[in-house]
Ligand binder design. Structure first.
Ligand code: URA
Length: 220
């Protein structure tokens, strides 16, 4: 349990084990990526638990039975925030191969800590926005500035907040508070709530720059 409404922290031994691997500054990019991928499955087990299903009848080699499949009345959209969000999107797409992937490109201005947009593959308007289920993917929920901008992209096109899940590896209280204040019905699924941000907007203890750790661009 945690004190935030609509925030799920995956308290699971496998999650904790893999978090220790990725937090360690001596972990190589190759090992880092494989540990993040293992955590991604655990995050998505939780993040996808409210997907609607419908009953069908199927015939096994033995007999006919009732079974369930995902409802095709909803369109599932996976929205990775570039570049670090890409580490989640392949696995999210493997688990939900029928989903649409809509990339969001933004980077953080290191002085103002505000997001700078450079790309998004979101249509100008959504048909039936109430039938879209959105998974926004960003490993680090730090200040909450990019998270809230990404969420606004969808709520601005009339997707209900309750249809939006924000999936992160590590979250800072500052980011959680900001998202919850502006979008109280958006669900956040994370592997850890860390202590705070430092003066550069990095999560403490965190894991450093997630994009650099994933793509092996850490400059020493
Ligand atoms: N982005 C990162 O990659 N790491 C942080 O700690 C904060 C934002």
């Amino acid at each position: 349990m945690n004190s935030y409404k609509n925030v799920s922290v995956i308290n699971h031994p496998l999650c904790e084990h893999n978090l220790s691997i990725i937090r360690d500054k001596n972990t190589t990019a190759e090992v880092f990526r494989s540990a993040v991928k293992r955590i991604t499955y655990l995050l998505f087990y939780k993040a996808s638990e409210e997907l609607e299903t419908e009953e069908i009848k199927i015939t096994t080699p033995l007999e006919e039975c009732n079974s369930k499949v995902l409802s095709n009345k909803k369109e599932i959209i996976i929205a990775p925030i570039l570049r670090a969000g890409l580490i989640f999107s392949d696995i999210a797409n493997d688990i939900m191969p029928f989903a649409t992937v809509r990339h969001i490109g933004m980077y953080r201005d290191e002085n103002t800590l505000t997001p700078i947009w450079y790309y998004n593959k979101i249509p100008i308007e959504f048909e039936n926005p109430q039938d879209k289920i959105i998974f926004i993917l960003d490993p680090m929920l730090a200040t909450g500035n990019s998270a809230t901008d990404a969420i606004k992209l969808f709520t601005g096109k009339k997707v209900p907040q309750k249809n939006i899940k924000f999936v992160s590896l590590i979250s800072a209280p500052e980011g959680l508070n900001k998202v919850q204040q502006l979008f109280p019905d958006v669900k956040i699924i994370t592997a850890s709530i860390d202590n705070c941000l430092n003066e550069h907007g990095y999560i403490r203890p965190g894991l450093g720059d997630a994009g650099d750790r994933i793509f092996n661009t850490v400059e020493n």
